[in-house]
Design a protein around this ligand. Structure first.
Ligand SMILES: [Fe+2]
Ligand SMILES: [Fe+2]
Ligand SMILES: [Fe+2]
Ligand SMILES: [Fe+2]
Length: 413
């Protein structure tokens, strides 16, 4: 599929009315877990596009271009409203959070499995284990505060068990910055991976930033604050992978192309006909946006689409599904890794004077002030053991005990 060959109307003909923006919410008891996950992904993609187009507008004095950016941006906003209204009223902040972490886990695993760039694979596998641990911590909060089992929310497609303990994920920020890929030599899929995963993690970061303080008790508020800091690390890592050299116009073309690729993918992956139709309509809009972006790039920089799109045809489409064995394998092999400068090292090999240990000593003064640890203790106090959903015991022996949370793995030399 080459999105530039899709028949479209002029961009100005795609505005929607208020009824169209107020979607019919899904039924939380019957919805496919990956339907929720796809929605969150597209919500995050629209946020990235909107925010990118605002930043672009703030960095150009070309009035004609600014007006075109305003038009396209208002459509990205309409698309975002239409998607976010699919969430039903009776799904609470924490239930939605479970789907955010399921997205982070399965999307990351799917991209890592298909990616060929070694630097990107390492980054994906590294953050994968952290979001996997977040799912476990939030699932325990859900069990303790609402007596809801998160395994039903994730459809048992994703296991819920500890990974690199969240307490060990707090790193000195500079260590999260990794070398960037070069778009000219990277595969088109790698370029898409950078764009997609950055937008998804950024959506999670924003969601926790905004909803954390609305959680009804102090334990939860602190857990959101703590995990939000890790999502900030993830965004730092992923945005650093992206090629920083494209011009604003080139980057606009790349954004519209990524949106088109994702809508085309999710429209083919989505079983709910009502939601699928929304995705199909948005795909056509994105094809129209892409043409406008390419026209502007030609007009103002005299560059053809090929300047940034090495191949116009979409690579293999994104398809959601379970990745349990893959995740177990990564967990078993790399649970004790931490980030250090350009790469990743086993904490056991870190110098005692490393920034990691210094930062850890500042933020985690003592484990009982760390919400991601306390959340497990609260579940153990209430139910006698933590909450998990495992097909078989955790592949890491140190993470198997159910009545004592491990606060030293990946953290203490
Ligand atoms: Fe969009
Ligand atoms: Fe996470
Ligand atoms: Fe994350
Ligand atoms: Fe767009």
């Amino acid at each position: 599929m080459d999105p530039l060959t899709v028949k479209t109307r002029p961009v100005k003909d795609y505005f929607m009315n208020w009824d169209e923006l107020a979607s019919r919410p899904y039924d939380k008891k019957r919805v496919d877990p990956y339907t929720k996950v796809r929605m969150i992904l597209m919500n995050g993609t629209e946020f990235e596009s909107t925010w990118f187009l605002h930043q672009f507008a703030r960095h150009t004095d070309n009035m004609e271009l600014k007006r075109m950016l305003a038009i396209v941006r208002s459509q990205e906003q309409q698309q975002q409203k239409r998607i976010s209204s699919l969430k039903p009223l009776d799904e609470n902040i924490l239930e939605t959070t479970i789907s955010y972490e399921q997205l982070a886990i399965d999307l990351t695993a799917i991209l890592a499995r298909r990616e060929t760039d070694e630097n990107n694979i390492k980054a994906l596998n590294f953050a994968l284990l952290e979001d996997f641990d977040h799912l476990y911590r939030f699932a325990n909060l859900l069990k303790t505060d609402y007596d809801i089992d998160a395994d039903m929310l994730v459809g048992r497609f994703t296991e819920i068990t500890p990974a690199r303990p969240t307490i060990a994920e707090h790193r000195f920020a500079a260590d999260n910055v990794k070398p960037a890929m070069n778009m000219r030599s990277a595969s088109p899929f790698s370029t898409l991976v950078g764009a997609i995963i950055t937008a998804a993690e950024q959506q999670t970061m924003n969601y926790y930033m905004n909803v954390g303080a609305f959680y009804p008790n102090e334990h939860g508020r602190r857990l959101y604050a703590e995990i939000a800091m890790v999502e900030e690390e993830h965004v730092t890592q992923y945005e650093s992978l992206q090629d920083p050299t494209p011009t604003w116009l080139e980057s606009w073309v790349l954004h519209e192309y990524a949106e088109a690729y994702l809508y085309y993918s999710v429209s083919r992956d989505e079983p709910d006909p009502y939601i699928r139709k929304i995705y199909e309509e948005h795909f056509e809009m994105e094809a129209a946006h892409l043409k406008v972006a390419c026209d502007c790039m030609m007009k103002y920089e005299n560059k053809a689409p090929e300047a940034v799109l090495k191949e116009r045809d979409f690579p293999e489409l994104l398809k959601f599904g379970s990745n349990k064995d893959f995740i177990r394998d990564v967990l078993e092999r790399t649970v004790e890794l931490t980030a250090e400068q350009d790469g990743y090292v086993d904490v056991k090999h870190l110098d005692e004077k490393s920034d990691f240990y210094k930062y850890q000593a500042v933020v985690n003064l003592k484990p009982d002030m760390v919400a991601s640890h306390n959340v497990i203790n609260r579940t153990i106090e209430k139910f006698g053991s933590d909450y998990r959903y495992e097909d078989s015991p955790n592949p890491v022996k140190a993470l198997r005990p159910r009545s004592k949370d491990n606060t030293s793995l990946g953290r203490v030399n």
